[in-house]
Design a protein around this ligand. Structure first.
Ligand code: SAH
Length: 365
């Protein structure tokens, strides 16, 4: 079950340009017009390729909404600001965030909502969930940031960085070589070693100690986004909250993951049919944003972050008004979001702000 047209397009490109860096292959597999995974079907929800935190419990989006109100107030409650979400999925996070934020009606009045979304199907879902507001859509994060016109920026991105492509390098006989995607004798896609060398900016752990076969991941796209957010915040004020799965320090290892209909798939087997993600290196995006002039806080574990923001009290409040059978569901959902053996510690939160501000909510040590 491959998307033949997309596979042919990638084969033609490889025949023309030679084997592709993983990020180029990944970008086509996800966003090739009309063919990429996000561009054709219903990425999340179609048989449920995966479930995200805002889909598990309304508490997630509500607490993020309150976090945004607090950050906005601390910036002097500007009367006009850009509220940007990157990759809003079905729009649940923003719907819950805006409902919670409506406790301060001035926040909603001041917000200009801009959503970065590549997928037409996801846009339709977002329009549905956010029918009470009037969002503007842009195809990618570059256009979304450009649309904010120098307004103070309040930005949220849950499981967006993990969807931006990465490159991989592999240590082979003492030399780092890029893992390129080429065409196997059988006609399918396969990894093959590129010429020796690592880009200078492939920030890396102790490379000298790396064993043969080690894999180093590096994402110019994620670094570019963190740089852009950092620069914007330093220029126009505001705050950004990034939640994703990943690690707080550099580490070696292959974290590339493809999911098709909720099950692990070979990322090279069926481009366009499976969702591709990989672990976010928070150390790298922190560094990029700080070089650009902002300050990054965390990462803190998602569980600790949500509990610090009052997730338990919110769950108790919901349970008081719920039927007894629903109370158990609320507890289970909260546990799924916060327990270290569920999403609580693999997922992490990182905040970005102008350097003048003290720790934002949930990031005080
Ligand atoms: N934040 C949502 C969805 C996460 S899935 C949630 O928590 O439920 C990633 C989202 O980003 C999807 O909506 C996907 O269509 C979108 N997306 C992925 N890559 C993108 C890109 N390069 N540009 C714009 N949107 C993208």
């Amino acid at each position: 079950m491959t998307d033949e047209a997309l596979a042919r397009r990638l084969q033609a490109r490889i025949a023309d340009e030679g084997p592709l860096p993983l990020d180029a292959f990944w970008r086509e597999a996800m966003t090739a017009p009309g063919l990429g995974y996000y561009m054709s079907g219903q990425p999340i929800g179609r048989g449920g390729d995966f479930t995200t935190a805002p889909e598990i419990s309304q508490i997630f989006g509500e607490l993020i909404g309150l976090w945004l109100v607090e950050a906005w107030r601390r910036a002097g409650a500007p009367a006009a600001f850009a509220l940007v979400e990157l990759g809003p999925g079905r729009g649940q996070l923003m719907a819950d965030a805006l409902r919670a934020a409506s406790l301060d009606p001035a926040f909603g009045r001041a917000a200009r909502l801009v959503l970065a979304e590549a997928s037409p199907a996801m846009r339709a879902a977002q329009a549905d969930r956010l029918a009470d507001t009037s969002p503007e859509w842009r195809d990618d994060w570059q256009a979304a940031l450009a649309a904010t016109n120098g307004l103070p920026l309040f930005l949220v991105a849950n499981e967006f960085f993990d969807a931006l492509p990465i490159r991989q390098f592999r240590l082979q006989d003492g030399q780092w070589r890029e893992r390129l995607v080429g065409i196997a004798a059988t006609g399918g896609f396969t990894f093959e070693p590129g010429p020796p060398g690592l880009p200078d900016d492939a920030l890396a752990p102790d490379l000298a100690a790396a064993p043969d076969g080690a894999i180093l991941e590096f994402s110019p796209d994620r670094a570019a986004l963190a740089t852009a957010i950092g620069r914007r915040l330093a220029d126009v004020d505001g705050a950004a909250l990034v939640v994703d799965y990943g690690h707080g320090a550099d580490r070696l290892g292959d974290s590339l993951q493809a999911l098709q209909d909720g099950k692990p798939a070979d990322p090279l087997l069926a481009p366009g049919m499976a969702d591709m993600t990989s672990h976010v290196n928070f150390a790298r995006i922190k560094q990029a944003a700080e070089v650009a002039g902002a300050r990054a806080w965390g990462p803190v574990d998602q569980g600790a972050f949500l509990l610090a923001l009052g997730a338990e009290a919110r769950a108790d409040g919901l349970k008081r008004r719920a039927a007894p059978e629903t109370a158990g569901e609320i507890d289970r959902a909260l546990r799924r979001l916060t327990h270290p053996l569920a999403m609580g510690s693999l997922f992490k939160a990182m905040a970005f702000q102008p350097a003048i501000y003290p720790a934002p909510a949930g990031f005080e040590t």
